[in-house]
Design a protein around this ligand. Structure first.
Ligand SMILES: Nc1nc2c(ncn2[C@@H]2O[C@H](COP(=O)(O)OP(=O)(O)OP(=O)(O)O)[C@@H](O)[C@H]2O)c(=O)[nH]1
Ligand SMILES: [Mg+2]
Length: 699
């Protein structure tokens, strides 16, 4: 067993010295506990970090040294709101420890994460945690894992004992017993301990057969079929190859309290996980969009690196976590920085403009344990921290100045939960926009927007994300904001024809005001807007005041007539009126037109409110289809149709925005974390009469 190494003395000389490993798993599955367990085993003097809200919501980097390899460990948050951080971790890593809690099993969210890893071609070892908890059973969960993730799932170590009595593991291939009962995470190793042979027998055949299949090794197959037990080293070699190629997923039992599983995982990381040069890098793209193939893991190639995450501190400034794919990065280098999110993610280029500029590298820091230490250069395969970059944002590419390439952005989670805020005081108001800009730099999932009545809206991925942003505004930037109800942009309209008289007459003393108009209002079809018709005959309203009537009517419609929302889809016909040779004026006719519209509108008779309706498409597992549809009709939704995509269904419906404010949260409950949805504005529809009361102002 390796002793604890002082990381400060480890030099990374070539990509093969490095392993980049991300811990992935659903919320609370035990990732951080395992992360700490691995660090304690290899980092001298490491006592453990304390959890805070920031730590829980973002990708966290530390390193350890095991054997001859330098391991960058990335702890990803499990909460669905922070899946963007997890995807960043998947991008930066060459392999994953996929953490599954034996006491919770595999739900839809775990399956979705597994698929994310599979899409990225990431080799995985499954760490089965909480085996000590009551009702946890190793064989039951392994069967469930095989059922959900396929036959490539094969235990390489099995626990000895059950529940709280588990005291060690036996290697399925090595037959070695590691006894963790002394505690402290340091096992006693017993070679060839035959007393546990019966435990591994059923797993051993499955594993050997799996390996033979994967390795496509005819010689091995023959000797196995003849009853010969293939040599351990031979098998281990095949195991490491199959693991590294993401064809086979070893399962390792883990228990937090005793540190069980630590050494087993570390040896898999060291021997079975790909190095940066064996795991394919992301594809490089030229500025014109042409693909160039994967970045070569070569320290002598031109620089290609990507910003994995960004934190901004009001005092220390920006700190960027950067994965280097190709080349070597040196202190004081001037490199090319590119951000082309709109191109890669199909986003609005006005909202996400392209950025191409020079960026000077200041200090380069490397994680040693949990501490950051400066170093002069870093090579392909390393993950480093770069303080004080001027413009780098999460997802941006850093490349050589004379050899500019782009690395695609990973998919961002949809920000579909609106959070309406306003500055608490004048002083906060002044600081708010600066603080919001910085929030957006470090977290590209948050979108800033304006809602109805110019309300400030932050679009977030869920309640936990919203809470985190509010905390950041307060604690990091000292800005106090108040949360408001999200205002929905309703509209007013007429539903029936009406005629009305509007007067603006003031003739006591001095220069008077005189204007009388007779108008007819009538509804137009949805989307028709505002029409003005002049039918005045015989000069009842002088020609020069006709535009005044139109202007006054338009102004009143924009302000709203019954509830303060713009009135739309209406034709106003001016058919009569009266003027005074001295007292009539432009202003008086504008006022009269406004008065006539107010007169024409009678709540409960000929006016109504319109509400914005979105086209919503929900993608869920088939089993949740009924529940989703029932819920949608409860939201006054109108079904538009369903479609299928493998084992998922896609449900389309028109749903009023008033009913969608919390849908991002509610859908997670309905579909147990497996559903996703999109929404786009469809049009305006009549708000049901029973809801009009709530919005109509009485004056
Ligand atoms: N009994 C038992 N509890 C464990 C084990 N591992 C973790 N836990 C407990 O499970 C809870 C969640 O553990 P974390 O390590 O924070 O889980 P996580 O996956 O990092 O959670 P998120 O980061 O929120 O997704 C904690 O209370 C741990 O003490 C284990 O092996 N056995
Ligand atoms: Mg955690």
């Amino acid at each position: 067993m390796s002793s604890k190494v002082n990381n400060g003395q480890v030099q990374v000389n070539k990509p093969d010295d490095v392993r980049n490993v991300v811990l992935v798993g659903t919320a609370g599955s035990g990732k951080t506990s395992l992360f700490e367990q691995l660090l304690r085993a290899r980092v001298a003097g490491y006592r453990g970090e304390k959890d805070d809200a920031e730590r829980l919501s973002q990708l966290y980097l530390a390193s350890l040294v095991t054997g001859d390899v330098f391991v960058n460990l990335l702890d990803a948050p499990g909460h669905a709101d922070f899946v963007g951080e997890l995807r960043a971790g998947i991008r930066a890593a060459d392999a994953a420890i996929f953490v599954v809690s034996a006491s919770d099993g595999i739900d839809g969210a775990a399956q979705a994460l597994w698929e994310e890893c599979a899409e990225a071609g990431l080799p995985r070892v499954i760490a089965l945690t909480k085996l000590d908890a009551a009702h946890s059973d190793f064989d039951t969960v392994v069967a469930e894992l095989k059922d959900k993730f396929g036959d490539g799932v094969l235990p390489t170590h099995v626990p000895v004992g059950s529940g709280a009595g588990i005291n060690g593991t036996v290697g399925v291939l090595s037959r070695r017993f590691r006894d963790y009962s002394a505690g402290g995470g340091e096992p006693v190793l017993n070679e060839q301990d035959e007393s546990h042979d019966d435990l591994i027998e059923e797993h051993r055949n499955a594993l050997i057969e799996g390996l033979i299949q994967e390795a496509d090794d005819a010689e091995l197959m023959d000797s196995y079929l003849e009853g010969a037990d293939p040599g351990r080293d031979y098998l281990l070699d095949d195991l490491m190859k199959a693991t590294s190629g993401a064809n086979l997923y070893p399962v390792v039992p883990v228990i937090q309290s005793s540190g069980l599983g630590t050494e087993e995982l570390l040896s898999l990381i060291e021997q079975g996980f790909p190095t940066p040069s064996t795991h394919p890098n992301p594809t490089m793209v030229k500025l014109n969009g042409d693909e160039l193939g994967p970045a070569p893991s070569d320290p002598d190639a031109p620089l290609v690196a990507q910003v994995i995450r960004t934190t901004t501190d009001p005092f220390a400034g920006r700190l960027s976590m950067v994965r280097i794919y190709s080349g070597t990065l040196r202190t004081d280098d001037v490199v090319h920085l590119s951000g082309h999110k709109a191109f890669f993610l199909g986003l609005d280029p006005d909202e996400y403009p392209d950025r191409d500029q020079e960026e000077r590298i200041g200090q380069i820091q490397q994680a040693q344990g949990v501490e950051l230490k400066p170093k002069a250069s870093a090579i392909a395969g390393e993950i480093v921290m770069l303080p004080k970059l001027a413009a780098a944002e999460t997802g941006d590419t850093l490349s050589a100045k004379d050899d500019v390439v782009l690395i695609p952005n990973w998919k961002m989670p949809a920000a579909l939960l609106p959070l309406a805020i306003k500055a608490a005081t004048r002083n906060d108001e002044d600081k708010l926009s600066g603080a919001l800009n910085r929030l957006a730099v470090e977290d590209s999932t948050v979108k800033l927007g304006r809602g109805a009545s110019d309300q400030l809206v932050l679009w977030t991925t869920g309640q936990a994300h919203a809470d985190l942003l509010l905390n950041r505004l307060k604690d990091r930037y000292g800005v106090n904001v108040e949360q408001e109800e999200v205002k929905i942009a309703l509209r007013e309209t007429f539903t029936a024809k009406a005629t009305a008289l509007g007067r603006h007459v003031k003739q006591s003393g001095g220069h008077g005001q005189y204007a009388v108009v007779n108008i007819e209002v009538e509804p137009l079809e949805r989307g028709a807007g505002f029409e003005f018709v002049d039918k005045v005959v015989g000069g009842a309203v002088p020609r020069n005041f006709i535009p005044s009537v139109e202007k006054g009517a338009k102004a009143q419609l924009d302000k709203g007539v019954i509830a303060g929302f713009p009135m739309v889809d209406v034709r106003v016909t001016l058919f009569d009126g009266k003027a005074h040779s001295v007292d009539s004026s432009d202003m008086a006719f504008q006022m009269a037109a406004a008065a006539a519209l107010k007169e024409a509108a009678v709540v409960g008779r000929n006016v109504a409110l319109l509400e914005p309706v979105d086209l919503v498409t929900v993608t869920v597992g088939e089993e949740y289809m009924g529940a989703v549809m029932t819920d949608i009709s409860g939201r006054r939704g109108q079904m538009q149709g369903t479609d299928t995509d493998g084992r998922k269904v896609i449900i389309s419906a028109l749903v009023p925005q008033l009913e969608l404010s919390r849908y991002a949260i509610d859908l997670r409950g309905i579909a147990q974390g497996t559903g996703t949805f999109t929404r786009s504005f469809h049009g305006y529809e009549l708000l049901p009469g029973n809801l009009v009361e709530k919005f109509a102002k009485k004056d």
